[in-house]
Design a binder for this molecule. Structure first.
Ligand code: PHE
Length: 477
């Protein structure tokens, strides 16, 4: 997102969707800027969006033990219990049972899961870093936004993009939410966690994914020498077939912070890029002719900022965002004399490429044919099990000013869960006389582990038609 949105860096570029989206929507979705602009438009939605309340307590699967995140989340009309704590709901509440169930899964803590395998491989390239991976996904808006210098009207705060338990409590949208806290404790840190973003639906987007945050701080006075020595010493596990392009420049659009000494900032930036180049070299050492590029980016909490992209199946895939940490954050962490870098990377993004996993929903599979394929410490290509046939259904309606695609997708997901593979806007027009906007969405239903019947999908589609009218006040055509 422009003006420092954090979404694109780690779950990936809208450009990735462009093969399937219609031209109109593609223009809006294909860049981080597009999403930002769209989110700005939708911010007006906030007061009118009401939560999907459940009047009776809703029980979800539980494996409660000593880990509070494994306790069963409960939603009532008055409050939400998750991770063993209860929060009052209000007009901002928009978490759903489907999403809360995900907080209990903690894929990154299952050593045989691809997300955890990648987590460990990356962490092994950062020796001496303190690694936190059990923070609760429930954070305050202060931690997720304010502490990281997000402006009050930043689009990332919109209820259309973020899951709120209530006005002040939310599911973290990025691991950066823990930066301030961990920086007070250490100068070399990693944080791995599940993060949550309301989103559209397709093979590379899912409302929950995993990030790893990394940060390293140096004494500002000695940074240049320390860093130069460190870079010279660190040997690269480079495979000759990785090509890295970096044409980024420090410009007024992506500036040095006034408070920083130029040499110290440049050294910090070099150390950051060097560390991340080494990281991908190590991860992708078996991949032939890997293309990696650095591009400029913007985040409220770093300046200058960059993203790293990897060329995958002919498209540039954004895998991480990073930059030189805003000095305000270091001051607030009680470390005004330090300078530092931070990055946040999307683990599924890397896992899709490394393991050759074709659909992001597979990470959530409980099917042994998926889970039994992986071993800690090794990357082996995923062997697809048969692809089951899709069942395609369209839904058309007259839209209204409050309509937001993320709200629509949330309803689809609530009703059909992981059986939805893809939701696309396939037609849109405005009636010349009435000026009403017509929209037609195509929903691609396909299970990853069984055949779906037309009858069962019809039931879901009927339910969807009812719910869309109830919750979004649109008029079916
Ligand atoms: N939090 C950012 C995101 O989720 C990534 C990031 C982390 C960028 C740290 C800069 C520094 O996209």
């Amino acid at each position: 997102m422009s003006s420092g949105m954090f979404r694109a860096a780690t779950q990936g570029s809208r450009a990735l969707r462009s093969a399937t989206a219609t031209p109109t929507i593609r223009a809006m979705l294909s860049s981080t800027t597009g999403r930002s602009a769209r989110a700005v438009l939708q911010r007006t939605l906030r007061p009118t969006l009401t939560a999907a309340f459940h009047t009776t307590p809703l029980r979800l699967t539980s494996e409660a033990g000593s880990n509070p995140m494994k306790e069963t989340p409960v939603i009532t009309s008055e409050n939400i219990t998750v991770g063993g704590k209860t929060y009052p709901s209000d007009k901002y509440t928009n978490v759903t049972p489907t999403i809360l169930e995900k907080t209990t899964r903690q894929l990154h803590l299952n050593p045989k899961h691809p997300v955890a395998i990648i987590k460990e491989l990356i962490a092994s390239g950062f020796p001496g870093f303190k690694h936190y991976d059990t923070f609760s996904p429930v954070v305050t808006t202060k931690e997720n936004f304010d502490d990281l210098c997000f402006s009050d009207d930043h689009p990332g705060r919109a209820v259309t993009d973020t899951y709120y338990l209530n006005e002040k409590i939310m599911l973290r949208t990025h691991t950066s939410a823990h930066q301030l806290r961990v920086m007070t404790e250490s100068d070399k840190i990693l944080v791995t966690a599940d993060v949550y973003r309301r989103d559209e639906i397709d093979a590379s987007h899912y409302p929950v994914f995993h990030q790893m945050e990394g940060a390293q701080l140096f004494d500002a006075k000695t940074a240049v020498d320390v860093i130069r020595k460190d870079i010279a010493q660190s040997t690269s596990a480079a495979s000759g077939s990785i090509h890295t392009t970096d044409t980024t420049l420090i410009t007024p659009e992506n500036p040095k912070q006034d408070c920083h000494d130029e040499a110290a900032m440049l050294a910090t930036a070099d150390h950051l890029k060097h560390s991340l180049n080494m990281m991908v070299r190590k991860l992708f050492s078996h991949e032939k002719d890997l293309q990696v590029r650095w591009i400029d980016a913007q985040f409220p909490f770093t300046s200058p900022s960059w993203e790293m992209e990897i060329l995958y199946q002919g498209k540039w895939l954004e895998v991480l965002g990073c930059g030189v940490i805003r000095q305000d954050i270091l001051v607030n962490a009680g470390k005004p004399d330090k300078i530092g870098w931070a990055f946040g990377l999307g683990l599924e993004r890397l896992a899709l490429v490394l393991f050759g996993i074709p659909d992001i929903r597979l990470f959530w599979s409980k099917d042994d044919r998926f889970l039994k394929q992986f071993e800690p410490g090794t990357i082996q290509k995923f062997k697809p099990f048969s692809k089951y046939p899709a069942c395609i259904k369209d839904i058309s309606f007259w839209s209204n000013d409050q309509f937001h695609e993320n709200n629509f997708c949330e309803i689809v997901r609530d009703i059909a869960g992981d059986i939805v593979e893809d939701v696309q806007l396939i037609d849109e027009f405005t009636h010349p006389k009435t000026k009403k906007r017509s929209m037609c969405y195509r929903i691609n239903y396909r299970s990853m582990d069984r055949n779906v019947t037309n009858d069962e999908i019809n039931v879901l589609q009927e339910k969807l038609r009812d719910e869309v009218v109830n919750r979004m006040k649109v008029e079916l055509r």
